[in-house]
Design a protein around this ligand. Structure first.
Ligand SMILES: Cc1cc2nc3c(=O)[nH]c(=O)nc-3n(C[C@H](O)[C@H](O)[C@H](O)COP(=O)(O)OP(=O)(O)OC[C@H]3O[C@@H](n4cnc5c(N)ncnc54)[C@H](O)[C@@H]3O)c2cc1C
Length: 375
């Protein structure tokens, strides 16, 4: 059986919001409060489009006050003190009875010298805006270099190439021998073909070993000049979570069982902060639902990968859905509907329809507290 003690959720991303939605459904009587540093949910999986400038920022944000029936506090959490059950935040100390940490992840530079100083990261809206600003300021001959040929890097490269068709040099570097490691080779080849058609040079099989002002060095001796270098090569757990010193994997994500419980009393972790799966929005939202089941005395559903879709711009994508691999417009349209399904789940079908028809789920133009950007 579940209990009724209040729950404080830190982080209104895919994991946190999915947890809150499911709790409202299973046990509406349990008081749930969300704390987030932003007043809106960011659809992080679409930030590459904002960075490239192919989509306005507002269209990937949903204000929490349009999501309904839970209390929201806007504050950045600085530290957790499990001894006194207190969060220290930018809005003062806040006590909790039960705590769900869903703060996502941060960039991982893998200790490569110069990355922090000379590369732009892509983690959230502020980074996306900065990339867009710097791209706009770049001359047509200045090379753009993207490190990381996983999902984020490939999607970003495709959208930058689409936004800047006259640009002479956009290069994507991947340490592994192929793009999109983990996906079937057929899909990696299809993605590479599409990037080639868009004018992106792909260099796979040699990691970046050092970055200095305007130049990146690869292990095979290649030196690549750049006007802008974007680091999209991996993530690690959020420092708020690693600071707790809990048993963790090599990227700092807390090792938890199927009940998402940590060794600390009444503290749970979900989403990118939890170990045992590839960090993804899909896993995060399934974990949110599973934790709500655990806390209301139900059996949590095991995590199940439904597939992956890689956005290559102009409604084209490559991906795997169940056992089927797809490339072209069909997965591209599926990707659009996946986004609408998420919006529908957290914001209702009106918001999902608004997103499909007008391209933005928010009720009003402009989102309070959000950067105002137009294409
Ligand atoms: C460009 C890009 C493309 C991607 N594409 C895909 C994709 O196609 N498919 C897929 O499955 N995954 C994709 N991902 C990965 C996916 O976005 C993440 O795995 C997912 O967002 C993790 O969800 P989460 O709820 O754990 O964290 P997040 O969605 O990152 O949410 C964390 C929340 O915590 C808040 N927060 C953080 N720190 C604090 C703090 N100190 N105090 C208060 N609030 C805080 C943030 O504001 C945010 O709202 C992509 C990621 C990127 C960057």
């Amino acid at each position: 059986m579940g209990e009724n003690r209040p729950i404080l959720v830190v982080g209104g991303g895919y994991a946190g919001l999915s947890f809150i939605r499911q709790m409202r459904k299973y046990s509406p009587e349990v008081p749930v409060t969300l704390i987030d540093k932003n007043p809106y949910h960011t659809m992080l999986v679409e930030t590459h489009q904002v960075a490239a400038g192919t989509r306005p920022a507002e269209s990937i944000l949903i204000p929490f006050d349009q999501l309904g029936d839970f209390r929201f506090i806007r504050a950045e959490v600085i530290a957790v003190d499990p001894g006194t059950r207190t969060l220290s935040t930018t809005a003062g100390d806040i006590r909790y009875e039960r705590l769900v940490l869903a703060v996502g992840s941060v960039d991982h530079d893998y200790g490569v010298p110069g990355v922090r100083e000379h590369c732009q990261m892509l983690r959230g809206l502020a980074d996306a805006e900065e990339i867009r600003r710097r791209l706009d300021a770049l001359g047509p001959d200045a090379p753009v270099l993207i490190a990381g040929g996983g999902l984020t890097g490939v999607e970003l490269a495709a959208h930058i190439a689409l936004r800047r068709p006259g640009h002479r040099s956009i290069t994507l570097v991947e340490a592994a021998p192929t793009l999109l490691p983990g996906l079937p080779p057929r899909l990696a080849r299809a993605a590479r073909r599409r990037l080639g058609l868009l004018g992106v040079n792909v260099l796979a099989g040699s990691p970046v070993t050092r970055v200095e002002a305007g130049r990146a060095h690869l292990r095979d001796g290649t030196v690549l000049p750049f006007g802008l270098m974007i680091w999209a090569a991996g993530v690690r757990a959020h420092p708020l979570v690693t600071a707790l010193g809990l048993p963790a994997d090599r990227t700092g994500r807390v090792i938890v069982g199927p009940d998402y419980r940590t060794p600390l009393p009444d503290v749970y972790v979900i989403g990118d902060c939890a170990s045992g799966h590839q960090p993804s929005a899909q896993a995060a939202l399934q974990q949110g639902r599973a934790l709500a089941a655990v806390l209301t005395g139900r059996s949590p559903a095991p995590l199940r990968s439904k597939g992956v879709l890689v956005d290559l711009g102009e409604h084209r994508a490559v991906g795997r859905v169940g056992a089927i691999t797809l490339s072209g417009l069909v997965p591209g349209i599926l990707k659009r509907f996946t986004e609408a399904a998420w919006i529908g789940r957290i914001g209702g079908w009106g918001a999902a329809l608004r997103s499909l028809i007008w391209g933005s789920p928010a009720l009003s133009e402009g989102v309070e507290g959000a950067p105002r950007m137009r294409i």
